[in-house]
Design a protein around this ligand. Structure first.
Ligand code: GLA
Length: 684
């Protein structure tokens, strides 16, 4: 079901997690009435209700769920029905204490929270089979069923389990991957520190060791952890496909690297019928809408550009953040519609009604503790109406200008200990380059290192790809030779898939395309900056944390180090290769200065300057059967005006269209109120 969307909605999705089991039944009718008032058409149901559904092993109580589903169905609200497998009941752990996961230091976690799961546990597998089958049999063909929601946020907050059962499973996984011990010893470089294995049962998960554990072993264990959870997802998905044919199956991701670092979402994206994502705005962060956009672009990417769905975000404050900063008026709508602009088929929240008890009672909700006489509720109702006006966008696709290469496995590898500097931070670089692209009003498609089809992007940016195979290097090289512009940041292309340095000088996988080698890494002292000057013209730039001694082998210097340990050497280079050009940035240039480098590469790529547009006026295009849609999201406190023709790379020559939220005709210029959003269907 590669293009699935929730069944039977007819509009974009609007709603949230609904946890009726936390409330007496008399509240349910009021819930449904208020959902209708707010324009809710989809709720995620039953995520944490295993203990209610199966109060004792093998004994099911579906009465309450039947009744709430009937009420929702009567109200015209469709259901994203969960398998509750993220929290097995207390009786399960009493019977199977061995199914509680063990941390790296050997501590066994306890029941009493959520997500305490050993994905290698046969008892857990048996229990999820029973409850998933029972749900699939009972509701698989229910007319209100829009899709299945398996589990909840796999990998958040923990995924790895270091127990003995996991150890045996890890050994089976390794045997599949390497075939024999000789291959494993070679891949893990076990000759170093005398770690050679002579028998499979000598191999353990990388438990706590006196000093740094074998990095290839750790990287494989991270892969194994992601894969072992994926095995359980696939198992539930296949059961549901069998019992509920034609109904899409999803599990909610948390693709933002700020929020989850345990899952290989490239692999997971291929397994779901529809990508769904949860995103929590970091309330305290300056310009947090940029990070939101990055998460939305990643969500679209892991579904290979197909429509996806934002399954959770917040109406206001988030109580697991240090400070649950309340959203400002209008901010929720900007957040929701930014996700829609970037490909989401709607906007869903955690959660419908604020809980009275439990760990998340101070988390905002669609229906807050303050009730309906509240700013949040009024904004929810308004947003529901706005989402309703965007029905025709269903199935249209976001159009990007630039590709950014991102890889979870490379990130895991880079984060391990004893890298050349503790301050090397792949996520920080990815976010910095993303922000620089956002500021140039360019829309990003994230791509995997092994992705084909790069030639459709005039510019490809590689902000942090420490681990890159020879194959990835060859693909980037042929992209440049064919006329593409590539921009690579430092500490990329250094190791292969086993975290072994590519033979020869750095950056092994990329030195040919970049036309240079790195003779020596030059990590900088804390708090010490270096200056970069451009002999051929260009602003002086500042860098900190990282510099390199670069040896040119075909590339030309564009900026040079004016001081610091690499003084006099090339800092930013350009290599003309075939029909294209490859840029290299060997220093950690701060966010403010990065734009000067990006501007040069973007000009090389023939991308338009959009200097006339205000900062933080977010422009994104979706393209569908009925035409092109321009989203203009104004994150500023002042009204913004932009010329419609050519905005966000639109094909529209006419520069006119219909604004869908107000129903007004617009022509020539579009005005977006302070903090407001406009969505224009451009005239063809
Ligand atoms: C996650 C979970 C929800 C809830 C929210 C808000 O995204 O999926 O169950 O915990 O966070 O905290």
């Amino acid at each position: 079901m590669p293009h699935a969307t929730p069944r039977g909605l007819g509009r974009l999705a609007f709603g949230g997690d609904y946890n009726p089991e936390q409330w007496p039944e008399e509240v349910w009718r009021e819930d449904v009435a208020l959902m209708r008032e707010a324009g809710v058409n989809l709720v995620s149901l039953g995520i944490f209700s295993w203990a209610r559904i199966e109060p004792r092993r093998g004994e099911f109580d579906f009465g309450w769920l039947d009744r709430v589903i009937a009420l929702l169905h009567e109200g015209g609200i469709r259901i994203d029905l969960a398998t509750p497998t993220v929290v097995p009941p207390a009786w399960f752990y009493r019977e199977h204490p061995e199914a509680l996961p063990v941390s790296r230091d050997g501590t066994r976690w306890a029941f009493g929270s959520r997500g305490a799961i050993c994905h290698s546990s046969p008892a857990y597998r048996e229990a999820i089979t029973r409850v998933t089958t029972a749900l699939g049999e009972r509701y698989g063909d229910h007319p209100a069923l829009a899709m299945w929601h398996v589990h909840n946020e796999y990998g958040v907050p923990v995924l790895e389990c270091y127990c003995d059962v996991s150890a045996a499973h890890f050994r089976r996984w390794l045997a599949d991957r390497y075939g024999d011990l000789e291959a494993l010893n070679a891949a893990w470089g076990t000759a170093f520190w005398g770690q050679v294995y002579g028998a499979w049962d000598e191999i353990q998960p990388p438990r706590l060791t006196p000093t740094v554990a074998n990095p290839a072993q750790r990287l494989d264990f991270a892969r194994f952890a992601s894969d072992s959870a994926l095995e359980n997802f696939r198992h539930e998905r296949d059961l549901l496909h069998g019992l509920s044919p034609g109904v899409p199956v999803t599990t909610n991701f948390m693709v933002s690297p700020t929020q989850c670092d345990t899952m290989d979402y490239w692999a997971w994206g291929r397994e779901v019928d529809l990508v769904t994502n949860d995103h929590y705005l970091v309330g305290e962060e300056d310009r947090n809408h940029v990070n939101l956009s990055m998460a939305a672009d990643l969500s679209r990417a892991v579904g290979e550009g197909r429509p996806w769905l934002l399954l959770e975000h917040s109406t206001s404050g988030v109580n697991w953040q240090r400070r649950g900063i309340a959203k400002r008026p209008g901010e929720m709508a900007r957040n929701s519609l930014a996700h829609v602009a970037r490909g989401s088929e709607g906007a869903m929240f955690f959660q419908w009604r604020a809980s009275r008890a439990g760990a998340e009672k101070y988390h905002s909700a669609m229906l807050p503790h303050a009730g309906t006489d509240s700013r949040v509720w009024r904004e929810v109702v308004r947003l529901g109406a706005d989402i309703g006006r965007l029905a025709e966008l269903r199935g249209s696709r976001t159009v990007a200008d630039v590709a950014v290469v991102w890889d979870w496995q490379s990130w895991w590898a880079q984060k391990l200990e004893w890298r050349p500097s503790e301050e090397l931070n792949a996520r920080e670089r990815a976010e910095a380059y993303y922000a620089a692209l956002f500021d140039r009003h360019l829309t990003v498609d994230f791509v995997a290192p092994d992705a084909g089809g790069l030639e459709r992007y005039p510019l490809v940016v590689v902000p942090a790809l420490y681990l890159a195979t020879e194959g990835a290097g060859r693909r980037l090289r042929s992209y440049v030779e064919g006329g593409g512009t590539l921009l690579v940041s430092y500490f990329s292309g250094i190791v292969d898939e086993h975290d072994a340095v590519h033979p020869g000088p750095h950056p092994g996988a990329l030195r040919e395309v970049l036309g240079l080698t790195v003779e020596e890494f030059q990590p900088l002292h804390a708090e010490r900056a270096v200056r970069l000057t451009a002999p051929g013209g260009g602003p002086e730039l500042a860098a900190d944390t990282w510099a390199e001694t670069v040896v040119l082998r075909g590339a030309e210097p564009v900026w040079e180090y004016a001081d610091g340990p690499a003084a006099g050497g090339a800092a930013v280079t350009r290599h003309a290769l075939g029909e294209g050009a490859a840029w290299y940035v060997s220093a950690r240039i701060g966010r403010a200065d990065l734009d000067a480098v990006l501007a040069r590469a973007a000009a090389d790529a023939g991308l338009p300057e959009r200097d006339e547009l205000p900062r933080d006026l977010e422009l994104v295009r979706r393209s569908g059967e009925r035409g092109d849609y321009l989203f203009a999201i104004n994150h500023n406190d002042a009204e913004a005006t932009l010329p419609l023709a050519g905005a966000a790379g639109s094909r529209s020559g006419a520069g006119s269209g219909e604004e869908l939220l107000t129903g007004e005709r617009v022509s020539g210029k579009l005005t977006v109120p302070a903090g407001g959003v406009r969505v224009v269907r451009l005239d063809g």
